[in-house]
Design a binder for this molecule. Structure first.
Ligand SMILES: N[C@@H](CCC(=O)N[C@@H](CS)C(=O)NCC(=O)O)C(=O)O
Length: 362
């Protein structure tokens, strides 16, 4: 085997990386991120405890699914998960941003509200595979503290929980309608957007038992998409829709992204610009820059300000800024149909880079 994926079935971002590696037919084996793996590989070499981590053939370590996918998609040749046409590429990158940074709200809410015991057992089994069931439960409960504790930091609390559920159920209906007509988001080939949505929708919302029941009952076509991407090792490459088409059935989700996620991103951009005024290039960026008020599906809450979200936003922005002439006009017309001014008129913010697995000012 050429590559090793250190991760877990229960992990959001491992789901994204694994589905990509399978579809791309990368030669890899998966090793569970046990506490020994964290202690001996991840923490000493990455610098902080996080999964997934991919170890390459020359012992290089890759972390962050976007870096993993960008590198391996290019290294392992076509077919690519990045559409070449302007609108589809933009939509794919926007939906990656949405899956990675915004669906974390329902994914964490449902896991830690309705699937807590299951998650403790899973966390324990991963960390200490040889321990007894009771020991695993206790280990899982201890290891889960940081994840469970992240809910209020993400803005999931009594003020927002009901609205997060309403918004999530509406999205289930929208995705179900979409996958009734299409295999993947943009045709029969999965794009980076599919992998971004797959992380939360597989590892949390399909696999956690109570959330899985909800998805099975409410969105059978979405379940089919989840299973296709889960079992996609020998999938055919498929193709993106002709003519740079984006199915109508995705537009409501993109509108929701513009209305729900983008105001929070814009506020994050202002906070980053403010913080960066006195900083030099290369300065490490704190994981959170204080707190801000935000609104989700009409409910007002408070959450930490996460600059990492903007690193993800740079991906669609870079694509958008690279366009000119007719391509730019087509994209502008598309954006105006989804309330995309929130994206096309996004405030400027300091550029972010990742150096040694950490976010720094460029
Ligand atoms: N943006 C990263 C996020 C990785 C991530 O958040 N992984 C979770 C598990 S699914 C984790 O290990 N979190 C620990 C932490 O964030 O402190 C990626 O795409 O890989």
């Amino acid at each position: 085997m050429t590559y090793t994926l250190y991760g877990a079935e229960v992990s959001y971002f491992t789901g994204k990386a694994r589905a990509f590696l399978d579809w791309k037919r990368v030669d890899y084996s998966e090793k569970p991120a046990t506490r020994d793996v964290y202690r001996e590989i991840i923490v000493p070499r990455i610098g902080w405890p996080v999964i997934p981590v991919v170890c390459g053939p020359d012992d290089e370590l890759l972390q962050d699914t976007s870096d993993i996918i960008d590198l391996l998609d290019a290294r392992h040749g076509p077919p690519s998960v990045f559409p070449e046409t302007p609108v589809q590429k933009l939509v794919a990158l926007l939906l990656e941003l949405f899956g990675d940074e915004w669906l974390v709200l329902p994914a964490m809410h449902y896991r830690w509200t309705y699937n807590r015991d299951f998650a403790y057992r899973e966390f324990g089994r991963l960390s200490a595979p040889d321990a007894t069931d009771e020991e695993q439960y206790e280990i899982g409960r201890a290891n889960a503290t940081n994840f469970e504790g992240a809910l209020p930091m993400l803005g999931v609390d009594a003020r927002t929980a009901a609205a997060i559920e309403t918004g999530y159920c509406r999205m289930l209906d929208e995705l179900d309608a979409h996958f009734a007509a299409h295999e993947m988001l943009l045709g029969s080939r999965p794009s980076i957007g599919d992998f971004g949505l797959f992380g939360p929708l597989y590892a949390h919302q399909f696999r956690d038992p109570e959330s899985g029941k909800l998805m099975q009952e409410r969105a059978p076509n979405l379940v089919r998409w989840v299973k296709t991407l889960r079992d996609n090792k020998a999938a055919r490459p498929g193709a993106f829709l002709e003519g740079d088409t984006v199915p109508e059935t995705l537009l409501s989700i993109l509108r929701t992204q513009m209305q729900d996620q983008f105001p929070c991103l814009a506020d994050t951009a202002r906070a980053l610009a403010d913080w960066a005024k006195d900083q030099k290039p290369g300065t490490p960026v704190p994981r959170a820059l204080g707190k801000h008020a935000f609104t989700t599906h009409g409910a007002r809450g408070e959450r930490m300000i996460f600059p990492f979200n903007l690193w993800m936003l740079q991906r669609p922005i870079e694509h958008y800024r690279s366009l000119s002439g007719g391509d730019r006009d087509t994209v502008e017309a598309f954006l105006s149909g989804i309330g995309g001014e929130a994206f096309s008129r996004f405030p400027d913010f300091p550029r972010l880079e990742r150096v040694d697995y950490r976010l720094v000012l460029a």
